[in-house]
Write a protein that binds this ligand. Structure first.
Ligand code: ATP
Ligand code: MG
Length: 749
C-alpha cells in the first residue's frame, strides 16, 4: 500500500511514533527508564534523513558518552546505511571541540590547540598559585580548580564574575587567579574540558555571524540524557536552536545523577518555558525489564520528593524477584558474584550480558581480582584508565610536543624523562627566559642555547633535545603515526629506560607502550590521535570475546544487561557517607536516583549485595544494609539468599540501631539480616531507622584483646588469640582452625 509506514517506524508504539514524527518545533520526551527514549532518537535521526528533511551533516545529535555516540551511529547506520557517518553526532565535548577548531582564533587560540587533562590543569594552576604566593596548604589547587570548573559549567568566564565572587577562596583572589589561568591557557595554545563549550558559547554570543552560519547549517538538534546537562551545555544548545527551534530532547528526571558535576535538573523541568509551544511527550511502556525489577525500581524511587512522577508498566509477565544477599565482607561478596557468574554461564548466559555496577571506581578492584582468578574475561569501563598510566602519559607527551611545540606541559613532563642531564636548575633558567620573552619553553630554549645562561653540559643536552624534536617533526611528515611513535620511543631512550628498569612493574609498562602503538595504528594523523586521547573517557573493548562488564553506576547510564550485580549496598557506602553527612536530602536523593539507574539497567535478573564488614580508610568497619534495601518492595525481592548465609551472618553488632546502641561485644543485635530487615519493615512508625550521622558506624569501640587470651566467636566457637593487629585478630579456633577475625565479633571468654 502506498501509505504503509516505512519499516523503521513499524516497531514503535503510538507515543514513540509521535515523538519521531513531530519533526518541527521543540519536543521534550520525558519518560522513565527503558521506555525507548534513545530508540526514539535513533529512529528520529533515520526519519529526518530518509524523508529528506535534512542531510546527515545538517543534524546535530548529542549523547552523554563517546560509547553511546558510537552505538547510536551504528544503530542509525543499520537503519539507513553508511550516510549515518556524516551526522554531527558525539558528546558535548567532542562536538564543541570540533567546532572550536574552526573558530579558535576568535578566542585567541590556534586551531591546533591541545586539550588539557586534569593532571595538567592542576599543574598549571599550581604554577599560578606559586607565582601569586597563595598558600597551597590552606587553599589546595584541587579545591580551587573545582570551583573554577563549576564556574565554567555555569557559563561564567572571569569577565562575567565580580572580583569578589570567589568569597574567601585563595584569600579572596580566586577570580583573579581564574583570569590568570585562562590567560596562561591561551599562551600555551591549550584549553581545558570546560573551555570547549565555554569558548563556543562566548563565540556565539560575540559573533552573530558565526552563530548565523550554524543556524543555517544545523536544521535539527537531538539530545539524549537531557536531565544531565549543565548550564553551559544548555546555553550552547539554546543558542544553536534559537532560530529553527527544531530541538528534541529526551530525558528522565529520575535519572539525573550528575548534579555534583554541575548538571541542572532544572533544565529539563523548565524546558517548556524556554521553548514555548514545546510538545511534551510521555512514554510509559517499559520494554527492558521484568515486572519485579520495574516494581523494585519504582518503589525505591518513590521515596524521593520533588519528582515529576511517571507511570511505568510492562506487558512482560513472570521474571525472578530481585535477589538481596548479605555477605560477610568484600571478598565473600566477590566470591559470591564470581560463583553466580559462572553458574549463569553454565546455564548458557553470555558473559557479555552481565555487569557488575559499583558506586565508586575503586570498588572494581576486588571483582577484577576474583574474575582474574576464575579466568572469567572482563572489561572495566569508565575513567581514563589506560591513558592515565604514567608511561602512556609520557609517550603521549612526546607526541604532543611533536605536534605542538608550544605545549609547555608536555615539554616539562618529558624534558628529563629519561634523564638527559636537564635538571631543575636548567629548567628554571628556561622558565625564566620563557616568562621574560612571553614565549613557550621550546621557543625560549632555542634562544637560551645560543647564550651562556646554561652550564655547558646542560646547554648541550637541551640542544640535543631540541634537535631530536626537530628531526621527529620532520619524520612526522613521512611516517605513519604508529611508525613515528615507535621510532620516537626508541630514539628518545624512553623504551630503553623501562627495559633497564628492574622493578616488577616494568614489564607491564613496556606492554602498555606496545599497546599504545597498537592504539595509534588506528589513526591517520597525529592530531587526530591526540584529539582522541583527550576525549576518550572509556577504554575500548580489548577483544571480540564476550566479557563481563565492570563499571560505575554513573558510567552505566543508558545501557542494559540481562544480569546486573549491584554490590556494596550499605549505609555509608551506598548511599555514601557524604550524602548522609549533608544536611537536607539533596545528596541522598541523588544517591537514590543512582540506585534507580542501577536497578533499571537489568533486563532479566538483578542482584543486590551488602556486606557486614568492610575495610574503609584502612579500618575494618561493620556496616548496616543500605536504607535503599529497606525501600524495595518486600513482595518483589528475594531475601532467602541472605538467610542462607545465616551462619556466617549471625553476628553481634557494633552499631546504633533502632535507637538502641549495642556495645562491641554485646549480642543484643544478633539478628540475621532477614530478621532485621523484617523488623525494620514491620515498624514503619519508628521512621527511618538509620538517619544521618547516626548511621556512621563505630569501629573503635571494640574491646582490646591480648595475645594468648581465650575468646569465643559465634561461628567459629572458642579459640586463642595468636596475633592482634589493631582490630584485626588472628585466632586459633579449636574446631575451625586459624582464622582472621574482627575484634568486634568475638567475645572474651
Ligand atoms: P534509559 O532511560 O535507560 O536511557 P531509554 O528510555 O533510552 O532507557 P531504550 O534504551 O531506548 O530506553 O530502550 C530500552 C529497550 O527497549 C531497548 O532494548 C529497546 O530496543 C527496547 N524498545 C524500545 N522501544 C521498543 C518497542 N517499541 N518495541 C520493542 N522494544 C523496544
Ligand atoms: Mg536511553
Amino acid at each position: 500500500a502506498p501509505d504503509a509506514p516505512p519499516a523503521y517506524l513499524t516497531g514503535l508504539n503510538p507515543p514513540q511514533r509521535a515523538a519521531v514524527e513531530a519533526t518541527e518545533g521543540p519536543v521534550l520526551v520525558l519518560a522513565g527508564a527503558g521506555t525507548g527514549k534513545t530508540r526514539v532518537l535513533i529512529t528520529r535521526l533515520a526519519h529526518l534523513i530518509v524523508t529528506r528533511r535534512a542531510q546527515p551533516w545538517q543534524i546535530l545529535a548529542v549523547t552523554f558518552t563517546n560509547r553511546a555516540a558510537r552505538e547510536m551511529r551504528e544503530r542509525v547506520a543499520n537503519l539507513i546505511g553508511p550516510v549515518a557517518q556524516d551526522i554531527w553526532l558525539g558528546t558535548f565535548h567532542a562536538l564543541a571541540a570540533r567546532l572550536l577548531r574552526r573558530h579558535a582564533e576568535l578566542v585567541g587560540l590556534k586551531s591546533s590547540f591541545t586539550i588539557l587533562d586534569t593532571d595538567d590543569q592542576l599543574r598549571l594552576l599550581k604554577q599560578i598559585l606559586q607565582a601569586n604566593s597563595v598558600d597551597e596548604k590552606r587553599w589546595p589547587a584541587k579545591l580551587l580548580l573545582g570551583t573554577i570548573e563549576r564556574w565554567k559549567d555555569r557559563g561564567l568566564t572571569p569577565e562575567k564574575l565580580k572580583l569578589d565572587d570567589g568569597g574567601e577562596l585563595a584569600g579572596g583572589r580566586l577570580v583573579d587567579l581564574y583570569r590568570q589561568y585562562q590567560e596562561r591557557l591561551k599562551v600555551l595554545n591549550t584549553c581545558d574540558f570546560g573551555d570547549l563549550l565555554l569558548h563556543m558559547v562566548t563565540i556565539f554570543q560575540q559573533h552573530p555571524d558565526v552563530l548565523a552560519e550554524y543556524h543555517r547549517k544545523f536544521k535539527y538538534i537531538l539530545v539524549d540524557e537531557y536531565q544531565d546537562t549543565n548550564v553551559v551545555q544548555y546555553l550552547w544548545l539554546r543558542l544553536l536552536a534559537q532560530q529553527s527551534k527544531n530541538i528534541c530532547c529526551v530525558g528522565d528526571d529520575d535519572q539525573s545523577i550528575y548534579a555534583w558535576r554541575g548538571a541542572e535538573i532544572d533544565n529539563i523541568l523548565k524546558f517548556d518555558k524556554d521553548f514555548p509551544d514545546a510538545k511534551v511527550i510521555r512514554l510509559e511502556q517499559n520494554y527492558r525489564s521484568t515486572a519485579p525489577i520495574l516494581a523494585a525500581a519504582g518503589h525505591l524511587i518513590a521515596h524521593n520528593e520533588g519528582r515529576l512522577g511517571k507511570t511505568l508498566w510492562t506487558d512482560q509477565t513472570g521474571g525472578a524477584p530481585v535477589k538481596v544477599r548479605g555477605v560477610w565482607d568484600g571478598s565473600e561478596e566477590a566470591r559470591e558474584i564470581g560463583d553466580e557468574i559462572e553458574a549463569l554461564q553454565r546455564d548458557g548466559q553470555s558473559l557479555g550480558d552481565m555487569a557488575i555496577l559499583v558506586r565508586a571506581g575503586f570498588q572494581t578492584r576486588e571483582f577484577e581480582e576474583r574474575l582474574l582468578t576464575l579466568g572469567v574475561p572482563y572489561r572495566v569501563i569508565g575513567g581514563l584508565r589506560f591513558y592515565e598510566r604514567a608511561e602512556v602519559r609520557d609517550a603521549v607527551a612526546y607526541l604532543r610536543l611533536i605536534a605542538q611545540p608550544d605545549d609547555d606541559l608536555a615539554f616539562e613532563r618529558i624534558v628529563n624523562t629519561p634523564r638527559r642531564g636537564i635538571g631543575d636548575v636548567a629548567l628554571q633558567t628556561l622558565h625564566r627566559a620563557a616568562r621574560a620573552a612571553n614565549l613557550s619553553l621550546t621557543l625560549a630554549a632555542y634562544d637560551v642555547v645560543t647564550t651562556d645562561e646554561l652550564k655547558p653540559a646542560a646547554r648541550k643536552a637541551v640542544s640535543r633535545f631540541l634537535a631530536d624534536f626537530d628531526r621527529w617533526r620532520q619524520l612526522a611528515q613521512g611516517l605513519s603515526v604508529a611508525e613515528l611513535t615507535e621510532q620516537v620511543l626508541d630514539d628518545s631512550g624512553y623504551t630503553a629506560m623501562w627495559q633497564a628498569d628492574k622493578s616488577p612493574e616494568a614489564p607491564g609498562r613496556l606492554e602498555n607502550l606496545k599497546e599504545l602503538v597498537r592504539a595509534v595504528e588506528e589513526f591517520e594523523t597525529l592530531p587526530a590521535f591526540l584529539e582522541h586521547v583527550s576525549l576518550v573517557t572509556e577504554r575500548a573493548e580489548e577483544s571480540g570475546q564476550a566479557q563481563v562488564t565492570l563499571m560505575t553506576l554513573h558510567a552505566a547510564k543508558g545501557l542494559e544487561f540481562d544480569t546486573v550485580f549491584l554490590p556494596g549496598w550499605e549505609e555509608g557506602v551506598f548511599p555514601n557517607q557524604r550524602s548522609l553527612d549533608e544536611t537536607g536530602a539533596r545528596g541522598l536523593e541523588e544517591e537514590r536516583r543512582l540506585a534507580y539507574v542501577g536497578l533499571t539497567r537489568a533486563r532479566q535478573r538483578a542482584y543486590v549485595f551488602h556486606a557486614a564488614n568492610r575495610r574503609i580508610h584502612n579500618q575494618w568497619q561493620s556496616l548496616l544494609p543500605s536504607r535503599f534495601i529497606t525501600e524495595l518492595p518486600g513482595d518483589q525481592i528475594d531475601l532467602s539468599a541472605a538467610t542462607g548465609l545465616a551462619g556466617a551472618y549471625r553476628r553481634p553488632t557494633v552499631e546504633t540501631y533502632g535507637g538502641a546502641s549495642f556495645g562491641g561485644s554485646s549480642y543484643g543485635g544478633g539478628e540475621t539480616n532477614a530478621e532485621r530487615w523484617a523488623a525494620r519493615r514491620a515498624a514503619p512508625s519508628r521512621g527511618p531507622v538509620i538517619e544521618g550521622k547516626a548511621a556512621r558506624l563505630v569501629s573503635g569501640s571494640a574491646p582490646k584483646f591480648t595475645v594468648g587470651e581465650r575468646v569465643f566467636h559465634q561461628k567459629f566457637g572458642s579459640g586463642v588469640v595468636e596475633a592482634a593487629d589493631g582490630d584485626k585478630l588472628q585466632v586459633a579456633f579449636e574446631a575451625a582452625g586459624i582464622k582472621h577475625v574482627m575484634a568486634a565479633f568475638i567475645e572474651k571468654m
